[in-house]
Write a protein of this length. Structure first.
Length: 242
C-alpha cells in the first residue's frame, strides 16, 4: 500500500515509517525537518521513502501530498500545542476529503482519555483533574465523526520506548472502551472518585510506541473491523503453560 505519515519524525510517526518500510509498503514522510528524518532512519531506510518537506498547515501542500495515497497516519502535533494541534488535524482531514485520488483510510493518534469508561456515560477527558489540554483530542475526534472517511483513532495510554516485563504478556485490544478491567461498582462513584480510581491505574495502560505503530499498520486496509472506532491497547499478563 501507499501510506503517508504526517509527523514522521515524532516518536510514533518515525516508528510507523520504519515498520512500514520493513513490511513492504510504499512510504511517504511529510515533515518539516528532513535532516532529523535522515538522522533517525538511516540511509538504507531513506532510500525507500519519499520525503515531502512542506507546511502542514498549508491546505494545497497537504492536498497535493495525499495524491494517490491509500492511507494516511496522522501522528503530527500534540495536545500541548492547543488549538494549533486542532488546526493541524482539521487541515489534514479536510484535505483527505478534498483529494479525489486519496483512497480514504485514516489513522489518527488520540489518547486513552477518549475512551468510554465502562458502566458510566463518561470518558476520561471529561473528568475533574484530567489536564484540560487533552480536550484537543476531543475536538479532533469530533472532526472525524463528521467525515465519511474510513477512519480509526488510536487511543493508547502512556507510550514508552520499551516495557520491562517479568512475565509473558499479550496485547489486549478494545474498541470504544478502556482496555483494563473496571469494577461494575464504579457506577456508584462520584466523578472525582472515578478520576482517582483511573489515576491510580494509569500504569496498566502503558504501551510501547512500536506496538502502537505495528497495530495501526496491521489494520491499515480500508473497510476493516476498526472503521469508525476508537481503539485501546493494554498488556495482559499470562502465566506460562505447564
Amino acid at each position: 500500500m501507499k501510506i503517508i505519515v504526517f509527523g514522521a519524525t515524532g516518536n510514533t510517526g518515525r516508528r510507523v515509517l520504519a515498520q512500514g518500510v520493513k513490511m513492504g509498503h510504499e512510504m511517504t514522510a511529510f515533515v518539516r525537518s528532513p535532516e532529523k528524518l535522515y538522522e533517525q532512519q538511516g540511509e538504507h531506510t531513506m532510500r525507500q521513502v519519499k520525503v515531502i518537506v512542506r507546511d502542514i498547515l498549508d491546505p494545497a501542500s497537504v492536498c497535493e501530498a495525499l495524491s494517490n495515497q491509500d492511507a494516511a497516519v496522522i501522528a503530527a502535533g500534540n495536545a500541548g500545542q492547543g488549538e494549533e494541534f486542532v488546526r493541524i488535524v482539521d487541515n489534514i482531514v479536510s484535505q483527505c476529503e478534498n483529494q479525489p485520488s486519496f483512497a480514504g483510510r485514516v489513522w489518527l493518534m488520540g489518547g486513552a482519555g477518549l475512551l468510554d469508561i465502562p458502566y458510566t456515560d463518561l470518558i476520561g477527558n471529561h473528568l475533574p483533574g484530567f489536564p484540560p489540554m487533552y480536550k484537543t483530542h476531543n475536538k479532533n475526534f469530533e472532526r472525524l465523526q463528521r467525515t465519511r472517511l474510513d477512519w480509526s483513532v488510536m487511543c493508547p495510554g502512556t507510550m514508552l520506548d520499551s516495557i520491562g516485563q517479568s512475565a509473558p504478556v499479550r496485547l489486549h485490544v478494545t474498541t470504544e472502551i478502556l482496555p483494563v478491567p473496571i469494577p461494575e461498582t464504579i457506577r456508584e462513584f462520584s466523578e472525582a472518585e472515578i478520576a482517582g480510581h483511573l489515576f491510580s491505574r494509569f500504569q496498566e495502560l502503558d504501551v510501547t510506541y512500536d506496538d502502537v505503530a505495528n497495530w495501526m499498520l496491521n489494520h491499515i486496509e480500508t473497510g476493516g473491523p476498526f472503521k469508525g472506532k476508537r481503539v485501546g491497547l493494554a498488556y495482559r499478563s499470562e502465566l506460562p503453560l505447564r
